[in-house]
Design a protein around this ligand. Structure first.
Ligand code: ZN
Length: 261
Protein backbone atom coordinates (compact mmCIF):
# COMPACT_ATOMS: atom_id res chain seq x y z
CA UNK A 1 0.00 0.00 0.00
CA UNK A 2 1.50 3.33 -0.99
CA UNK A 3 2.71 5.20 2.09
CA UNK A 4 4.49 8.53 2.45
CA UNK A 5 7.77 7.41 0.79
CA UNK A 6 5.93 5.87 -2.17
CA UNK A 7 3.79 8.96 -2.71
CA UNK A 8 6.85 11.19 -2.41
CA UNK A 9 8.60 9.11 -5.09
CA UNK A 10 5.50 9.46 -7.34
CA UNK A 11 5.46 13.21 -6.71
CA UNK A 12 9.12 13.57 -7.71
CA UNK A 13 8.46 11.43 -10.78
CA UNK A 14 5.62 13.77 -11.82
CA UNK A 15 7.93 16.75 -11.28
CA UNK A 16 10.57 15.16 -13.44
CA UNK A 17 8.25 14.23 -16.31
CA UNK A 18 4.92 15.99 -16.41
CA UNK A 19 5.19 19.64 -15.32
CA UNK A 20 4.63 22.65 -17.58
CA UNK A 21 3.08 20.63 -20.43
CA UNK A 22 -0.22 21.82 -21.81
CA UNK A 23 -3.07 19.41 -21.03
CA UNK A 24 -5.10 18.59 -24.15
CA UNK A 25 -7.61 16.14 -22.64
CA UNK A 26 -8.53 13.99 -19.66
CA UNK A 27 -9.96 10.49 -20.10
CA UNK A 28 -11.37 8.28 -17.38
CA UNK A 29 -11.94 4.54 -17.81
CA UNK A 30 -13.76 4.04 -14.51
CA UNK A 31 -15.63 6.99 -13.01
CA UNK A 32 -15.77 5.25 -9.63
CA UNK A 33 -12.31 6.66 -9.04
CA UNK A 34 -13.52 10.27 -9.26
CA UNK A 35 -14.60 11.83 -5.98
CA UNK A 36 -16.83 14.91 -5.92
CA UNK A 37 -16.18 15.61 -9.57
CA UNK A 38 -17.14 14.33 -13.01
CA UNK A 39 -15.33 13.64 -16.26
CA UNK A 40 -16.79 16.79 -17.84
CA UNK A 41 -15.71 18.90 -14.86
CA UNK A 42 -12.21 17.47 -15.12
CA UNK A 43 -12.03 18.26 -18.82
CA UNK A 44 -13.40 21.76 -18.31
CA UNK A 45 -11.00 22.55 -15.49
CA UNK A 46 -7.85 21.07 -17.00
CA UNK A 47 -7.93 21.42 -20.78
CA UNK A 48 -5.47 24.08 -21.87
CA UNK A 49 -3.86 24.27 -18.40
CA UNK A 50 -0.54 22.89 -17.18
CA UNK A 51 0.49 21.24 -13.93
CA UNK A 52 2.61 24.00 -12.44
CA UNK A 53 3.82 22.41 -9.22
CA UNK A 54 3.23 19.48 -6.91
CA UNK A 55 3.07 19.04 -3.17
CA UNK A 56 2.26 16.26 -0.76
CA UNK A 57 0.71 15.87 2.66
CA UNK A 58 0.85 12.39 4.14
CA UNK A 59 -0.43 10.00 1.48
CA UNK A 60 -2.10 12.73 -0.61
CA UNK A 61 -0.41 14.14 -3.69
CA UNK A 62 -1.47 17.56 -5.01
CA UNK A 63 -0.99 18.62 -8.63
CA UNK A 64 -1.54 22.36 -8.81
CA UNK A 65 -2.42 23.92 -12.14
CA UNK A 66 -1.95 27.40 -13.55
CA UNK A 67 -5.75 27.70 -13.33
CA UNK A 68 -8.00 27.67 -10.27
CA UNK A 69 -7.99 23.93 -9.75
CA UNK A 70 -5.74 21.39 -8.09
CA UNK A 71 -5.88 17.67 -8.78
CA UNK A 72 -5.62 15.49 -5.68
CA UNK A 73 -4.42 11.90 -5.97
CA UNK A 74 -4.80 9.27 -3.25
CA UNK A 75 -3.60 5.79 -4.12
CA UNK A 76 -5.63 3.61 -1.76
CA UNK A 77 -4.33 0.05 -1.40
CA UNK A 78 -2.44 -0.19 -4.65
CA UNK A 79 -1.53 2.53 -7.04
CA UNK A 80 1.06 3.95 -9.32
CA UNK A 81 1.82 6.78 -11.70
CA UNK A 82 3.09 6.28 -15.23
CA UNK A 83 4.28 8.77 -17.81
CA UNK A 84 3.95 7.39 -21.34
CA UNK A 85 5.48 8.49 -24.53
CA UNK A 86 2.95 8.89 -27.30
CA UNK A 87 1.02 5.87 -28.53
CA UNK A 88 1.16 3.49 -25.57
CA UNK A 89 -2.03 1.41 -25.50
CA UNK A 90 -4.30 1.80 -22.47
CA UNK A 91 -3.80 -0.65 -19.65
CA UNK A 92 -7.11 -1.65 -17.95
CA UNK A 93 -5.86 -0.39 -14.63
CA UNK A 94 -5.08 3.09 -15.89
CA UNK A 95 -8.11 4.80 -14.43
CA UNK A 96 -7.37 8.40 -15.34
CA UNK A 97 -5.20 9.63 -18.19
CA UNK A 98 -4.01 13.22 -18.49
CA UNK A 99 -3.15 13.79 -22.14
CA UNK A 100 -0.64 16.47 -23.05
CA UNK A 101 -0.38 18.49 -26.22
CA UNK A 102 3.07 17.01 -26.85
CA UNK A 103 1.37 13.60 -27.28
CA UNK A 104 2.53 12.16 -23.97
CA UNK A 105 0.27 10.89 -21.20
CA UNK A 106 0.34 10.86 -17.40
CA UNK A 107 -1.65 7.89 -16.06
CA UNK A 108 -3.10 7.24 -12.64
CA UNK A 109 -2.95 3.47 -12.25
CA UNK A 110 -5.16 1.83 -9.64
CA UNK A 111 -5.85 -1.90 -9.67
CA UNK A 112 -8.34 -2.27 -6.85
CA UNK A 113 -10.21 0.99 -7.39
CA UNK A 114 -9.67 2.10 -3.81
CA UNK A 115 -7.77 5.18 -4.89
CA UNK A 116 -9.28 8.61 -5.46
CA UNK A 117 -8.87 11.43 -7.92
CA UNK A 118 -10.38 14.77 -6.94
CA UNK A 119 -10.50 18.32 -8.10
CA UNK A 120 -10.27 20.99 -5.41
CA UNK A 121 -9.97 24.77 -5.28
CA UNK A 122 -8.15 25.20 -2.01
CA UNK A 123 -5.62 22.84 -0.49
CA UNK A 124 -5.81 24.22 3.05
CA UNK A 125 -9.57 23.82 3.33
CA UNK A 126 -9.29 20.31 1.86
CA UNK A 127 -6.67 19.37 4.49
CA UNK A 128 -8.92 20.79 7.23
CA UNK A 129 -12.08 19.09 5.98
CA UNK A 130 -10.36 15.70 5.68
CA UNK A 131 -8.59 16.23 9.02
CA UNK A 132 -5.27 15.19 7.50
CA UNK A 133 -2.72 15.23 10.30
CA UNK A 134 0.71 16.83 10.15
CA UNK A 135 3.01 15.32 7.56
CA UNK A 136 5.41 12.85 9.18
CA UNK A 137 8.37 14.16 7.21
CA UNK A 138 7.74 17.84 7.90
CA UNK A 139 6.94 17.67 11.59
CA UNK A 140 9.41 19.19 14.08
CA UNK A 141 10.48 17.31 17.19
CA UNK A 142 8.51 19.66 19.44
CA UNK A 143 5.37 19.19 17.37
CA UNK A 144 5.86 15.43 17.55
CA UNK A 145 6.21 15.54 21.34
CA UNK A 146 3.06 17.62 21.62
CA UNK A 147 1.11 15.12 19.52
CA UNK A 148 2.08 12.35 21.94
CA UNK A 149 1.15 14.22 25.07
CA UNK A 150 -1.85 12.94 27.02
CA UNK A 151 -2.40 10.15 24.51
CA UNK A 152 -3.12 6.64 25.56
CA UNK A 153 -2.93 4.19 22.67
CA UNK A 154 -0.56 1.60 21.31
CA UNK A 155 2.43 3.29 19.72
CA UNK A 156 1.89 1.57 16.36
CA UNK A 157 -1.75 2.71 16.22
CA UNK A 158 -0.62 6.25 17.03
CA UNK A 159 1.95 6.25 14.21
CA UNK A 160 -0.73 5.08 11.76
CA UNK A 161 -3.44 7.53 12.88
CA UNK A 162 -3.70 9.71 9.76
CA UNK A 163 -5.67 12.41 11.58
CA UNK A 164 -2.78 12.87 13.97
CA UNK A 165 0.28 12.16 11.88
CA UNK A 166 -0.12 11.55 8.18
CA UNK A 167 1.90 9.38 5.84
CA UNK A 168 2.96 6.37 7.91
CA UNK A 169 1.17 3.10 7.10
CA UNK A 170 1.50 -0.50 8.22
CA UNK A 171 4.86 -1.46 6.72
CA UNK A 172 6.84 1.68 7.60
CA UNK A 173 5.33 1.80 11.11
CA UNK A 174 6.86 -1.65 11.72
CA UNK A 175 10.24 -0.55 10.37
CA UNK A 176 10.27 2.66 12.43
CA UNK A 177 9.41 0.72 15.61
CA UNK A 178 11.98 -1.96 14.88
CA UNK A 179 14.70 0.66 14.26
CA UNK A 180 13.65 2.41 17.48
CA UNK A 181 13.66 -0.92 19.38
CA UNK A 182 10.16 -0.23 20.69
CA UNK A 183 7.45 -2.88 20.98
CA UNK A 184 4.52 -2.06 18.65
CA UNK A 185 1.99 -2.56 21.45
CA UNK A 186 3.74 -0.32 23.96
CA UNK A 187 1.45 2.41 25.21
CA UNK A 188 2.42 5.90 24.11
CA UNK A 189 2.06 7.19 27.67
CA UNK A 190 4.74 4.72 28.86
CA UNK A 191 7.41 5.91 26.41
CA UNK A 192 10.44 7.50 28.03
CA UNK A 193 11.76 10.84 26.78
CA UNK A 194 14.67 9.07 25.08
CA UNK A 195 12.30 6.61 23.38
CA UNK A 196 10.20 9.49 22.03
CA UNK A 197 13.37 11.08 20.69
CA UNK A 198 14.48 7.81 19.12
CA UNK A 199 11.05 7.28 17.57
CA UNK A 200 11.09 10.73 16.01
CA UNK A 201 14.64 10.29 14.69
CA UNK A 202 13.84 6.90 13.19
CA UNK A 203 10.55 8.11 11.67
CA UNK A 204 12.58 10.67 9.71
CA UNK A 205 15.45 8.34 8.95
CA UNK A 206 13.35 5.41 7.72
CA UNK A 207 11.13 7.57 5.48
CA UNK A 208 14.11 9.47 4.06
CA UNK A 209 16.03 6.24 3.43
CA UNK A 210 13.03 4.68 1.66
CA UNK A 211 12.68 7.74 -0.59
CA UNK A 212 16.41 7.76 -1.34
CA UNK A 213 16.24 4.06 -2.30
CA UNK A 214 13.23 4.74 -4.56
CA UNK A 215 11.08 2.59 -2.24
CA UNK A 216 12.84 -0.53 -3.49
CA UNK A 217 12.91 -2.64 -0.30
CA UNK A 218 15.56 -4.90 -1.85
CA UNK A 219 17.95 -1.93 -1.69
CA UNK A 220 17.16 -0.99 1.93
CA UNK A 221 20.00 -1.37 4.47
CA UNK A 222 20.74 -4.90 5.71
CA UNK A 223 19.64 -3.76 9.19
CA UNK A 224 16.04 -3.20 8.00
CA UNK A 225 13.13 -5.65 8.26
CA UNK A 226 10.82 -4.30 5.51
CA UNK A 227 12.10 -6.94 3.08
CA UNK A 228 11.79 -9.67 5.74
CA UNK A 229 8.02 -9.61 6.23
CA UNK A 230 7.60 -13.36 6.11
CA UNK A 231 7.11 -16.14 8.64
CA UNK A 232 10.43 -17.48 9.96
CA UNK A 233 12.60 -14.54 8.84
CA UNK A 234 15.49 -13.65 11.16
CA UNK A 235 16.19 -10.42 12.98
CA UNK A 236 19.24 -8.79 11.32
CA UNK A 237 20.44 -7.57 14.71
CA UNK A 238 20.17 -10.52 17.14
CA UNK A 239 19.52 -13.41 14.74
CA UNK A 240 16.32 -14.37 16.56
CA UNK A 241 13.10 -15.13 14.69
CA UNK A 242 10.82 -12.23 13.85
CA UNK A 243 7.29 -12.59 15.15
CA UNK A 244 4.03 -11.77 13.44
CA UNK A 245 1.16 -10.42 15.52
CA UNK A 246 -1.87 -8.24 14.89
CA UNK A 247 -2.05 -4.65 16.05
CA UNK A 248 -5.32 -2.81 15.38
CA UNK A 249 -6.16 -5.64 12.98
CA UNK A 250 -3.02 -5.15 10.89
CA UNK A 251 -0.25 -7.74 10.39
CA UNK A 252 2.74 -6.59 12.42
CA UNK A 253 6.32 -7.87 12.29
CA UNK A 254 8.76 -7.27 15.13
CA UNK A 255 11.63 -8.87 17.05
CA UNK A 256 10.51 -9.99 20.53
CA UNK A 257 14.13 -9.88 21.78
CA UNK A 258 15.09 -6.44 20.43
CA UNK A 259 11.67 -4.85 21.02
CA UNK A 260 10.73 -5.94 24.53
CA UNK A 261 7.24 -5.23 25.74
ZN1 ZN B 1 16.33 -9.00 17.36
Amino acid sequence: MPELPDVEVFRRYINEHALKQKISDVTVNNTGILKNTSVSNMKKALKGKVFSRTSRRGKYCFLETNGEDTVVLHFGMTGNIKYHENGTPLDDHERVRFHFENGNILSFVNVRLLGEVRLIKDKDSFVTSKQIGSDALQLSYNQFRQLLQRRSSMVKSMLMNQNLLSGIGNVYADEILYQSRIHPKKNVKDLTESQVKKLYTMMKKVTETAIKKNVDAGKFPHSYITHRREEGEKCPSCGGTLEKIKVSGRPTYFCPKCQEE
